[in-house]
Write a protein that binds this ligand. Structure first.
Ligand SMILES: Cc1ncc(COP(=O)(O)O)c(C=O)c1O
Length: 903
């Protein structure tokens, strides 16, 4: 029985398309079978017809199988030639599934006249990277065919790439094509395109741009072209845009929007355009450092300095570690070198291929400058902190940020104001830091006359659990209070976000660019003058108001650190620092260089650097496709869990409404991700926080198993499924660009097995065991000890002159280097001291994992809430706490002396 329910498309048509083709293949095969007996099944005819109708509106946006083949397929069906129809459908479907159509070099692999031919396979050996080019121009069928033939005629055997055309006549369809078709790498716009499509697009409403036709109405062809180019660039900035015009190319070239790579005269043929299209893709395909390393690795060299592993020399002659070569292969050792010349480059002072690779990365990630880092974002964060902070500067930071920030701030001598994120007590997790909290801290510092010392705001976007900030809004309102505030967005988990149009506006680099452009625009300046009076008032009024920065004073100074290795292709530890800082060259460049030198090895790993170069190539050529597929996989994972009757009794995936309180969601959407692309986009445009769909938090309270045990004993030990983090009653599944449909299916299978085993176990339990299980369930499903907010610093580490909360963590940290300043205190003794009104002050960072943020930092006061929270934790791993000896705290004497010195 063929599944006839419509395939669901959440944010892309990728899975829905392949599912629909597979169903069509199945239905057409069965139909052909019934037709042989002379009695084609009418139910199957209806099913097949329905599937063809579902495909019809979307197929025009892909070059394969293309309009001719699609027409041929429909004709065969209409003329009841079911056998030939089924054969053709099977060939198309197989070519789509195996992607063999990409290996085509001449005609498309489904040959209409030779249905015996096996499609694609004949060409598979000659695979060159394949892409598609969108042509936006109303063409007749004959004109379209002629254009395809002309483009084919320019192909040469030594071209590096091969491409096919997708032709649409209108701006509306161009936007849909850009959203649906991830194979597109370039777009050629002819000024004759129409604003609206000739055909009904209602079935693709989720992928349509409802405003474009309206925005184009009444505009000149030039203006329309510019508007369309801007829209396409916003959706897919990596697409190379070309303009074809029959008039005034010289004039147009002079005022061409920067979105176009080039303009061509229509009558001058398409060869130049063809070559430019290939050159555009070649530019993104280039990987200067990887190529230099590969080239170098093939040169015979004598090694008379360190690195005996270079060219595998120390292994090749070894009697004992020969298996190392067998496992890794020779190439990696041929590429092991410490040379910085001979075509290679120095990471500390790059002038050649590394510099170019970083420039290409800056373009791909929308940064002004990009720096590669070979020791992860842990190091990237310390570099940025040291580059920007001078001792005594005040820094605002999310207390739940990664430990590298805490260590970085301590080393740099920052005076730290810890910000509290909103808590999710039910799941023992934190969300993000509300904008109101950030503004109130800044306003308090302003009231205390300390704004000039405030340097930096550091936030994690997105958080481990997938909470995403409205980056532009946060920066905008903060700049209204402190116009030169610098921002560091820790995007350790968010490098991929650049490559999807819904995510992109919430990345640091895009938000910085948009904000800088807005602040420069005359419209903004006019808007600011109109609302200038509203920027003053008492703090309470300012907290409730949307603040606008003064365009004459605000500086856009933004840094992002990304673990490329976490979400894109790179060897472990490959990270990048992206910079959009208007004052970088004259204020930061030198200190940045010093900070980079402080933290970077003089023997950086070339394989990591080359993999960053390749990861950038991949992201700029197929990032959109990979991320769209990843989101689709994550949504299907959610759906498969929540719709499964057995699983639903014990677990569910946490929704946006469960992870983000309503006050932060003006859109009012509880489950925007389930509503498809348009509803997701709506929430992402308006809400203070949104949920990254690629992260799936599974609530497992009703199983009675805690998150850590579920991860270790169930997922890992029994089924080899690795996950990163858990909370008391949740486990987090992160999808990534490598997640396959099969791995999602395996996970579902495993969850079902776990729940079946659980049910079987329950059925066989004694009454006493059942009671114990019921207690475990109650414990997992009832609120635990509330998550503790940051309690404050001891006065010895505060500014004695003011009532502001910033603390000198470095002073507190190094005070403990003298053992006589510290003692160990068991938890009960700490509680007794608090009861007696005596301060207890941590000498170290105390970080339970999970959740992974420091519950105590050096110099921080203990509180009853902290002790209760620590007592309630059943995590085996608590860094900075010795279960035998207790907490390491400052002695009263040391605190007294430190406080006297402070005063
Ligand atoms: C938010 C955040 N920042 C930084 C890091 C450190 O990144 P890396 O592992 O690349 O050093 C992590 C690691 O988990 C993280 O979660």
């Amino acid at each position: 029985m063929v599944d006839t329910s419509p395939a669901r498309a959440y944010t892309s048509w990728w899975q829905a398309r392949s599912d629909t083709w597979s169903r069509l293949e199945e239905a057409s095969g069965q139909l052909a079978g019934t037709a042989v007996s002379g009695q084609p099944d009418s139910g199957l005819i209806a099913t097949t017809s329905g599937l063809l109708d579902a495909l019809a509106p979307v197929e025009r946006y892909w070059a394969f199988p293309g309009p001719e083949v699609n027409r041929r397929m429909r004709d065969l069906f209409a003329s009841a030639s079911y056998g030939r129809f089924a054969l053709l459908v099977a060939r198309i479907s197989r070519a789509l599934v195996t992607e063999s159509y990409r290996a085509s070099t001449g005609s498309l692999p489904v040959d209409l006249d030779d249905e015996e031919d096996e499609p694609g396979e004949a060409h598979a050996g000659q695979a060159r990277p394949y892409f598609e080019v969108l042509v936006v121009e109303p063409l007749t069928r004959a004109e379209e065919q002629a254009l395809r033939e002309e483009v084919h005629s320019w192909r040469r055997a030594d071209d590096h790439f091969v491409y096919e055309l997708v032709v649409v006549g209108s701006a509306e369809e161009a936007v849909i094509a850009a959203r649906l078709n991830a194979n597109l790498q370039a777009c050629v716009i002819r000024r004759r395109f129409t604003p609206t499509a000739a055909q009904d697009l209602s079935s693709l409403a989720d992928f349509a741009d409802t405003s474009i036709a309206r925005d184009l109405a009444g505009r000149s062809p030039d203006e329309r072209t510019q508007i369309l180019a801007r829209r396409l660039a916003r959706l897919r900035p990596e697409l190379d845009l070309y303009l074809m015009s029959e008039i005034d190319v010289e004039d147009i070239a002079g005022h061409l929007s920067h979105h176009f790579r080039r303009v061509f005269h229509a009558q001058e043929g398409s060869l130049e355009l063809h070559l430019s299209i290939l050159a555009g893709v070649t530019a993104r395909y280039r990987t200067p450092f990887f190529e230099a390393l590969r080239h170098y690795s093939h040169r015979p060299t004598g090694v008379f300095h360190a690195l005996p592993i270079s060219q595998g020399k120390s292994i090749l002659r070894s009697h004992w570690i020969g298996d190392m070569l067998g496992f890794y292969g020779l190439d990696i050792f041929l590429a092991e070198t410490s040379a910085t010349g001979g075509g290679l480059d120095s990471l500390l002072e790059p002038t050649g291929p590394l510099r170019q690779a970083q420039q290409l990365a800056a373009e791909a990630f929308g940064a002004r400058r990009t720096f590669f880092v070979t020791n992860g974002t842990s190091t990237a964060n310390k570099i940025v902190a040291q580059a920007l902070i001078t001792p005594g500067d005040i820094v605002l930071v999310d207390r739940n940020c990664h430990q590298s920030h805490h260590y970085g701030l301590m080393l740099a001598g920052a005076h730290v104001v810890y910000l509290d994120a909103y808590p999710l007590h039910e799941y023992s997790m934190y969300g993000g830091v509300p904008l109101r909290e950030i503004k109130s801290r800044l306003l308090a510092l302003r009231a205390a006359g300390k704004l000039d010392r405030v340097k930096l705001l550091m936030l994690t976007n997105c958080t481990f659990d997938g909470i995403v900030y409205d980056v532009e809004r946060v920066m905008e309102e903060c700049l209204a209070i402190k116009p030169d505030l610098v921002f560091l967005w820790d995007e350790a988990w968010f490098a991929f976000a650049r490559f999807h149009p819904v995510y992109r506006p919430r990345t640091a680099m895009r938000a910085a660019r948009t904000l800088a452009e807005r602040l420069r625009s005359p419209e903004y300046r006019a808007d600011y003058s109109r609302h200038m009076e509203e920027q003053a008032g008492d703090d309470e009024a300012l907290l409730g108001r949307r603040l606008l920065p003064d365009p004459a004073r605000a500086r856009v100074r933004v840094y992002a650190t990304q673990s490329t290795h976490k979400t894109l292709t790179s060897l472990r530890q490959g990270s990048m620092i992206h910079v959009h800082d208007q004052d970088f060259a004259h204020k930061v460049e030198e200190s940045f260089h010093e900070a980079y030198m402080t933290h970077t090895s003089t023997s950086p790993n070339y394989q990591i650097l080359a993999s960053l170069d390749l990861g950038r190539r991949q992201a700029s050529l197929e990032g959109y496709e990979l991320v769209a597929k990843q989101i689709e996989s994550a949504m299907r994972l959610r759906e498969a869990i929540d719709d499964h009757p057995l699983l639903a009794r014990y677990m569910h995936t946490l929704t946006t409404a469960e992870l983000i309180p309503a006050e932060f969601r003006p859109s009012g959407l509880d489950r925007p991700l389930h509503g498809g692309l348009a509803s997701m986009a709506q929430a992402w445009e308006t809400d203070e926080f949104v949920l990254d769909p690629s992260r799936v938090s599974l609530y497992i309270g009703p199983t009675g198993i805690d998150g850590a045990t579920f991860k270790r004993e169930q997922l890992m030990d029994k089924f080899g499924i690795q996950i990163n983090t858990t909370s008391r009653n949740t486990v987090l599944f992160m999808t990534n660009i490598g997640t396959t449909r099969s791995s999602v299916a395996y996970l579902i299978e495993v969850l079902v097995k776990i729940v079946r085993d659980l049910e079987e176990g329950l059925a066989e339990m004694s009454p006493a065991q059942q009671a114990a299980h019921a207690r475990a369930v109650l414990r997992q499903t009832s609120p635990s000890a509330p998550l503790p907010d940051f309690s404050g610093f001891h006065p010895a580490f505060l500014d004695p002159a003011a009532g502001t909360p910033e603390g000198d963590v470095r002073r507190a940290f190094f005070l403990s280097y003298d053992d006589t300043n510290c003692e160990y205190l068991p938890a009960d003794d700490a509680a007794q001291r608090l009861d007696a009104g005596q301060p207890v002050v941590s000498a170290t960072f105390v970080t339970p994992y999970p959740p992974g943020f420091p519950v105590l930092v050096p110099g921080q006061l203990f509180s009853p809430q902290i002790l209760e929270f620590m007592r309630s934790l059943d995590t085996p791993e608590v860094h900075g706490y010795d279960p035998q000896a207790g907490y390491r705290v400052h002695t009263a004497k040391a605190l007294e002396i430190a406080q006297d010195e402070r005063a």
